[in-house]
Design a protein around this ligand. Structure first.
Ligand code: HSE
Length: 321
């Protein structure tokens, strides 16, 4: 295979109580990365579309190139790569934009190399790219983008992630207000230590959230979508936060919180119709607060990345031939 195009989805990280340890994948939006095998060693970013000219072409800074380059290095640099990036989601939005590009890139590079590594083994390379993007190697966007569904990060050292079940029909509204919050900044303002009383509330909610996913218990899921650690600090960066969250809950959402480091908010809902009602209410609330906003509706995506098409060299037999 000479060329491959891979889609990787946006993700909602933290999911209220799971700061840095829980995330889930959306069906849309997402990024598309095209990888073209090259005889010239190393990784080059040759085109970036849909970013308004803002993402770096430098392979040491571009998340797709960092992740794919680290993977190629680990498997003995069998070939070089030219990478084209089609951004399908806003930057600095809390939707896991850098993670989606990195996941699509490592998935494609691994396939071009004949799949020497399993999907799980690709995860460490995506952490290097998160570190390059925002200075912190968190996995709660890249793990669900790579593995699909809800993924819990049990441990970072050693890296140990756990896929969780997705209740039937569970859907999400993500509303992205037209303002930006850089993950780096949203992390800097967090308290480095928290009181025991807060920790008890947070881990009670997180454990109950996991139980709710296993039981398919949507009421318990809704009760568990509470964040007493990051949300109270970060919500001040999001104009209209309280009104938007209240609008989601009044419209029937199971729960609502900040998507990743914001400024997008997500609402988990029993089905797509409920997500549409909650999403419209959230969008209106942002508009009343003076911010235009985009609404993304999606089921939880159980699959993660998807190969869009592949191209073999005309000089090589197709596999199996
Ligand atoms: N867990 C990370 C944070 C996700 O909240 O900073 C960033 O998208």
């Amino acid at each position: 295979m000479e060329r491959i195009r891979v889609f990787a989805p946006a993700t909602v990280a933290n999911v209220a109580s799971g700061f840095d340890v829980l995330g889930f994948a959306l069906e849309r939006p997402g990024d598309i990365v095209t990888l073209i095998r090259s005889d010239q060693p190393g990784v080059r970013v040759t085109a970036i579309r849909g970013d308004g000219g803002r993402l770096p072409f430098d392979p040491a800074k571009n998340t797709a190139a960092v992740a794919a380059g680290a993977l190629l290095e680990a498997i003995g640099r069998p070939f070089g790569l030219d990478i084209e990036l089609d951004k399908g989601m806003p930057l600095a939005s809390g939707l896991g934009s850098s993670a989606a590009s990195a996941v699509a890139a490592v998935t494609g590079a691994n396939l071009l190399a004949g799949s020497p590594l399993s999907r799980e083994q690709l995860l460490p390379f995506t952490l290097l790219s998160e570190e390059a993007a925002c200075g912190s190697a968190h996995a709660d966007n890249t793990a669900p983008a790579l593995l699909g569904g809800f993924v819990l990060v049990r441990s970072y050292d050693p890296l140990d992630v756990v896929r969780l079940p997705v209740p039937e029909g569970l859907a999400c509204a993500v509303v992205h207000p037209h303002t930006e919050v850089r993950t780096e900044d949203a992390r800097r303002i967090l308290h480095k230590e928290i009181r025991l009383a807060l920790a008890i509330r947070q881990w009670g909610n997180l454990a109950a959230l996991v139980a709710a996913l296993y039981r398919g218990d949507l009421e318990l899921l809704g009760r568990s979508l509470q964040d007493v650690v990051a949300e109270p600090v970060r919500s001040v960066l999001i104009p209209g936060f309280d009104a938007v969250k209240a609008a989601a809950l009044a419209a029937g959402a199971l729960g609502c919180s900040i998507s990743g480091s914001g400024p997008s908010l997500f609402a988990l809902c029993a089905d797509l119709a409920a997500a549409a009602r909650a999403g419209e209410a959230m969008k209106s609330a942002f508009e009343q607060a003076g911010l235009a906003a985009d609404l993304f509706l999606s089921r939880v995506n159980p699959d993660g990345p998807a190969v869009l098409d592949e191209e073999t060299s005309p000089n090589q037999p197709a596999s199996g031939a």
